[in-house]
Design a binder for this molecule. Structure first.
Ligand SMILES: CC(C)(COP(=O)(O)OP(=O)(O)OC[C@H]1O[C@@H](n2cnc3c(N)ncnc32)[C@H](O)[C@@H]1OP(=O)(O)O)[C@@H](O)C(=O)NCCC(=O)NCCS
Length: 369
């Protein structure tokens, strides 16, 4: 069997072929002459987008036709029709193999070929399978037949370039839902560990930061104490070092992403932020922060939070970011508002104060994408 390109001079033959056969599984099972003419006039059978071929058997008998369309796309489609008297004789299968050969030999390396049919079109479905196509979709009640005012199920079959070239048929992995449950985003995601904003460098922590971090804590003790549990007593440098080691390990393991903030101009450490309480299945993160008291009042932390939010949305595909802070922590709340986080609610008596003596309310600010 071979494909012979149809030309406009053969209009009459095409009209005759389509109008003298019944196409039980096409939306229009018996198209009238004027419809076919109109489609021809509009370039529906011959254009940059579409090519039509006669299917000619070894004895030069015209047994059918195929229109291959969406030819400018990476994924062309086709409409295969065997004349009634030649159906069920193996022509459909041979034709589909030739169609695949044609499509995958096109110069622009088509990535896949696909076709849709009605679920009860058994001949077409078997034809797909015989030609190495795989059933990829089953759409319930997606095929409307106006004449019957009824909806049928539709099925989609596809063949990839790779399978075609390698002569194999790779089944669709239908149990991917299980894999999604266990998909470990944090291990599979590679993302930068350093980025910049206008005035700041924001990066993962390193052991060499220990002196700067410890000094910043010492200088900021008064500010940190009311709101940070860990700042109730001044940590020894050895403790800060141990904490840093833990944070680096967690960053590498994608368990918690602490981010240190430095001034771009001088390289000085000015504070710590990060993405905590991570839920990679959303993904969602909580942004935490504290600023060295010596650098307050310049909008640095707002700038850092804005840039870290951008990083989370763009690099980590975050869907939700939260900032949680004590309702009395006016400065922290101001950072959240200035970074355009929305106050979603206040949880009453949600935790004990940092010194453990009273109950405090927690503000939940969030930004979503
Ligand atoms: C669908 C069509 C292209 C298939 O071509 P064909 O030449 O008839 O198919 P083949 O002879 O290659 O047969 C393919 C398989 O379908 C089976 N088959 C053919 N006609 C069948 C029928 N009426 N009922 C059940 N199975 C049938 C064949 O036995 C064969 O299966 P096998 O390989 O297990 O033996 C052709 O029948 C046709 O043009 N039908 C009308 C137009 C149409 O529906 N096109 C698809 C629109 S999306």
């Amino acid at each position: 069997m071979k494909l012979i390109e149809w030309t406009m001079e053969e209009q009459e033959q095409l009209i005759e072929f389509i109008t003298t056969n019944i196409w039980p599984y096409h939306v229009n099972s018996h198209p009238a002459r004027d419809i076919v003419e109109k489609t021809i006039d509009e370039g529906g059978y011959e254009s940059d987008e579409a090519k039509t071929f006669w299917l000619v058997d070894d004895a030069d008998v015209q047994v059918g036709m195929v229109k291959i369309y969406d030819l400018q796309d990476d994924i062309p489609l086709f409409d295969l029709r065997i004349a009634e008297k030649w159906r069920g004789l193996g022509y459909g299968t041979k034709a589909l193999k030739l169609i695949s050969e044609y499509v995958f030999s096109l110069p622009n390396n088509k990535i896949r070929l696909e076709g849709h049919t009605r679920q009860d079109n058994i001949a077409m479905r078997k034809t797909f399978e015989n030609a190495g196509f795989v059933k990829e979709a089953h759409l319930r009640q997606a095929w409307y037949v106006p004449k019957e005012d009824a909806y049928y199920d539709a099925v989609t079959y596809g063949i990839t370039r790779q399978d075609y070239l390698e002569g194999k048929t790779t089944p669709v992995s239908w149990d991917d839902e299980v894999k999604i449950d266990h998909f470990d985003y944090k291990e599979n995601w590679d993302f930068p560990s350093s980025f910049e904003s206008e005035r700041l460098i924001i990066r993962m922590p390193f052991m060499e930061d220990v002196d700067a971090v410890w000094e910043a804590i010492v200088h900021s003790a008064k500010n940190l104490k009311p709101f940070m549990h860990w700042a109730q007593t001044l940590p020894k440098k050895e403790e800060t070092k141990e904490n840093l080691r833990q944070a680096i390990g967690d960053f590498i393991a994608r368990k918690d992403l602490r981010l240190h903030v430095f001034l771009k101009d001088s390289g000085e450490f000015i504070g710590s932020s990060g993405l905590h309480n991570i839920d990679w299945t959303i993904p969602k993160f909580e942004i935490g922060y504290w600023l060295d008291a010596r650098y307050e009042g310049k909008g640095y932390m707002t700038e850092a939070v804005q840039r870290i939010s951008q990083f989370a949305f763009e690099e980590l595909s975050a869907k939700r970011l939260e900032i949680r802070c004590d309702s009395d922590n006016i400065r922290s709340r101001a950072v959240a508002s200035r970074a355009r986080f929305e106050l979603e609610g206040i949880l009453k008596q949600d935790r004990r104060s940092a010194d453990g003596k009273t109950f405090r309310d927690t503000c939940i600010y969030a930004k979503i994408k």
